[in-house]
Every structure is written in C-alpha cells, then in structure tokens.
Design a binder for this molecule. Structure first.
Ligand code: NDP
Length: 484
C-alpha cells in the first residue's frame, strides 16, 4: 500500500496529514481497485481547520471587494490552466467519462469562481425610504466560517458552487468533499497553496460523514452549513444544526419527471432525453428518471429511444469516445442493480440494458451498468417513487395534461422537471402547476448562474445560486434612521 499516493488535508494554507495518522482507501470505479489513500480525519482535524479559518477571517472579510474578486479570478484561472489534470482526476475518482469532465464539470467549476468574482463587485443592498420620516437600509455582512459539504456525483462543480459564493461574501471556509471523490478538492488545495491564497481562508478536511461532516455541522464557530447530498443525510444535518440556529441550505435528492407532449420538436427532444437520462451514468441530481410520453407518440418514442440508448458506448472512461462510464462505487452499483430487480418484481419489463457489464481489458473488474429502460410500471410503485440515482429510467404513456401533472407531482421530491411542447400556453400553464424547483421547457441543464437554484418538498430548503447565494452567506442587518 505504501506506493499509493496519499492525499492530504489542506489547512492553514498547507498540506497536512490527519492528526490520527489514519487513512482510508480511495477506489477507481473503472477498475474496481484502490488507487490512493485519503485522510481518515476526525473532529480534531476539523478543530485545526476552524482555528485556521477563525484566524484568517478578520483580514479576509475586511479585504476590499476588488481584491477578493481578484483572488477568485486567480483560482478560476488556475483551474482552467490545469483543466486536463483536474478532468483526469475527476474521471478517475468518479468513473465518469474524461470527455464529460473536460467539457462540463471542470469548465463549470471555473465558471462558478468567475461568476462570483464578478457578482461580488456588483453586489448592492436594498434601501427603503419612509416618506418624510426616515430611511432603512440593509447591511449585509459575512457570517464568519461557512461549512460546505458536497457529494460525489459532480465533485468539483458542486464543491465550488458553495465555496465560491462563501468566499466572495467575505467568509472563510471549512469544507468536506465526499470521501468517495476527494481528488479534485485535493488538487484545488494544492492550487491555492501555489497561488498563495491567504492562509486559512479555504480549508479542506477529508474523511467520512460521521467523523468529519458531523463535527463541522455541530461546531459552534461554524455559523452556516451549505450541504448537497441525499435527503436522509440532509435530515440528519438539519436535526443537529437547526437547534443551534445555524443558517442552512440543503440541496437534496430528486425523482425528476420528463414530460413529453406529442407536439414537441421530436428530434431535439429525443437527443436531449438520451442525455438527460444517462449523462454521468444518470448520477446527476437533475437527470430525468421518470419519462411520461403522450400516447399518440408513445410507441414511436419507445422504439427510437430504445435504439439510441442501446447504442450508447459503455466502457473505459479514459477513452475519449466513451459516453457512459462506471458508477461511483461497488455498493452504489449493487443498490442500482437491486432497483432493477425491484422494478421487475413490481411487474416492469426491461426494454434495454438491465445488467452489469464487464468491459474487456483494464476495466474488466470495474463497476459498470448498462443504460436501462423499464416500462409497464404504475406511477406510484417504489421504482417510480424512490431515488435510484443511476442509469435507470422508466417510461409510461399518458392521455391528458391533468393526468401527467398528477403523476409528475406524486413523489416526495421536487427538484427539476423537463417539459417538451411547442405549445407556449401549455408550457406556462404546466410550469406553474409543477411542484418543482426548476422547470426546463424544451431544454435540459441549461443554466444561467444568476438564477436561484434548488428544490422544493423533500428536495431541499434554501436556494443557492446568483445573488441569493451571496445573501445566504451573509447576515442581514436593518439600519433604520429617523430624520424627522
Ligand atoms: P450523501 O448524503 O451520502 O453524502 C453527501 C455528503 O455528506 C458527503 O460528503 C458525505 O460524506 C456527507 N455526510 C454523510 N453523513 C453526514 C453527516 N452525518 N453529517 C455531515 N455530512 C455527512 O450523498 P451522496 O454523496 O451519496 O450524493 C448523492 C445524493 O446527492 C443524491 O441523493 C443526489 O440526489 C443528491 N444531490 C443533490 C443535488 C441537488 O442539487 N439537489 C445535486 C447533486 C446530488 P461521505 O462521503 O463520507 O458519506
């Protein structure tokens, strides 16, 4: 094991070993083997990071907006300059195609830093004039230390989506990347060391949820928690952090509907639906996993969709032509396969995929699952109600708008919905009635970073993105001045 690369924590501007000296295995999903070791940190390492972040806070929060903006731009530029290194690390950690990491994940991480670098220089607060009496204005001040906890599916993208606004607003940060995909955060720490970001402004503590995530959530000096992950973990975090009156932003699970009306632009819908179902092996919180198709085009859609999905190339993520890589871990693969079995037990028919794949060559022991399409299930069975978070979708026909809205809104989740129709009136009407944080009409994953992002119902509370993220990471104070 000694020859394996050891990832370190990044605390106080330096790479440091975990105080306990303990490490965990980090697996490469495409080959099913350990390829590095990550710190098995605990509350003592979190305390070190908090000490560093507390020390850095006075000067970072007092720094001019222009100077803070410059630092974020330097980080963005650094990631862009090392695009290949970051993309390869992300693919190796997560199993996703390196081409996807290069074209989506890493460029979007760069955009996160660039966007908030600019947003902070345009940030303004509200004022409210009380005619003839006085004036109120809102003073927004950094909170102190922000705790950022992120999942494994889009490791650098989702981590930077939290870190960038937290730093932009003048906070210092203690972050925990997913234990399953730590490598890009490790590279980001190295980058911050190279560009000499002021020490303690940004700290990464690697390790498990219970040993590192929870100590972050209950630490009295960490005033805000921004978390993205599963609904059960979100519930646990809320139960420990809410009684401490911390600010909480929880971006949680989903079971997103994709609603296809017969009058849609068919070719565009079909191509996008393949992507929205199976990008990143279906492990994007925004992927559509329940596809509802208006009856007149159902059979045609079924045939075309099955043909396109069956042709997706599954294999070595390092190969530029691969469209579908490995799922993130062996336990996750087993969970997804168990849902495919459950779907069949519930009466579903597998139209495409359904099996584990053993690619030839170096990936023969990797964790691969065929992109899978299932039909014949009711909208309220477990397969159509629970989050699977893998390359599995169900398809079913519908006859009326009312009917499809009742199917779409029938889960505990409400993260994102895609609607395909050329009927503008219907698009607005349906969008209004969907219980969903995001409604995409005739597109998917089109993001404008100025817009608030997040789910409703059990998909989360709080909104990230745009100026709302800067608001989240600040404390608002009302100053009321009477002049009469
Ligand atoms: P988890 O909830 O298992 O983990 C998310 C993060 O929380 C990890 O870093 C994890 O650490 C940590 N964690 C676990 N337990 C605790 C705890 N008690 N206290 C603090 N932190 C803890 O999610 P996954 O990593 O499995 O990610 C997949 C989930 O994320 C899916 O449900 C998906 O829908 C959701 N997601 C939601 C998005 C949204 O925007 N709404 C976007 C992307 C994903 P460790 O790695 O050690 O377990």
């Amino acid at each position: 094991m000694n020859h394996l690369l050891k990832i370190s924590n990044f605390i106080g501007g330096k790479s440091v070993e975990p105080l306990s000296g303990k490490y965990l295995d980090n697996y490469e999903p495409a080959i099913g083997q350990v390829y590095s070791l990550i710190p098995d940190s605990d509350a003592n390492d979190v305390q070190l990071a908090v000490d560093a972040a507390l020390k850095a806070f006075p000067s970072w929060s007092a720094m001019s907006n222009d100077d803070r903006s410059e630092w974020l731009i330097k980080i963005a530029q650094g990631i862009e300059d090392r695009l290949d290194e970051f993309a390869e690390a992300e693919s190796r950690d997560n199993g996703k195609p390196v081409s996807l990491a290069k074209s989506v994940d890493i460029p979007r991480a760069v955009s996160n830093f660039r966007f908030f670098a600019h947003a902070l220089t345009h940030f303004s607060s509200e004022s409210h004039f009380m005619q003839g009496i006085g004036i109120n204005y809102t003073l927004r001040q950094p909170i102190g230390i922000a705790g950022c906890i992120s999942p494994w599916n889009l490791p650098l993208y989702l981590l930077t989506w939290k870190i960038a606004p937290a730093l932009a607003a003048g906070n210092t940060v203690v972050a925990k990347p997913s234990e399953v995909t730590p490598f890009t955060a490790y590279l980001l720490g190295k980058l911050c060391e190279d560009i000499q970001l002021p020490q303690g402004v940004l700290n990464f503590v690697h390790g498990t949820g219970p040993q590192v995530g929870e100590p972050i959530c209950i630490h009295p000096e960490i005033k805000a928690i921004s978390f993205t992950g599963g609904t059960a973990t979100g519930r646990r975090i809320a139960s420990v952090a809410a009684p401490m009156f911390k600010k909480l932003s929880l971006e949680l699970g989903g079971k997103n509907p994709n609603i296809i009306f017969a009058d849609c632009n068919y070719a565009e819908m079909l191509a996008t639906t393949v992507r929205s179902s199976f990008s990143n092996q279906g492990q994007i919180c925004l992927c559509g996993s329940r596809i509802f198709v208006e009856r007149p085009i159902y059979e045609k859609f079924k045939a075309d969709f099955v043909a396109k999905v069956s042709a997706l190339k599954v294999g070595d993520p390092a190969n530029e032509n691969t469209k579908t890589g490995a799922v993130v871990s062996e336990s996750h693969m087993q969970k997804v396969l168990s849902y495919i079995q459950l779907a069949q037990d519930e009466g579903g028919k597998v139209l495409a995929g359904g099996q584990r794949i053993y690619p030839e060559g170096r990936c023969k022991d990797g964790w691969f699952i065929e992109p899978t399409i299932i039909e014949g299930l009711s909208h309220d069975c477990r397969t159509n109600q629970e989050e699977i978070f893998g390359p599995v979708v169900t398809i079913m026909p519908f006859d009326t708008e009312e009917e499809v809205l009742s199917y779409a809104n029938s889960t505990i989740y409400g993260l994102a919905t895609t609607v395909w129709t050329e009927n503008l009136t219907r698009a607005h009407r349906v969008a209004e009635r969907l219980e969903s944080g995001i409604v995409w009409v005739n597109c998917w994953l089109l993001r404008d970073l100025r817009t608030p992002f997040g789910g409703v119902k059990n998909s989360g509370v709080g909104r990230e993105g745009g100026m709302e993220a800067l608001h989240f990471f600040t404390e608002a104070k009302n100053v009321c001045i009477k002049y009469q």
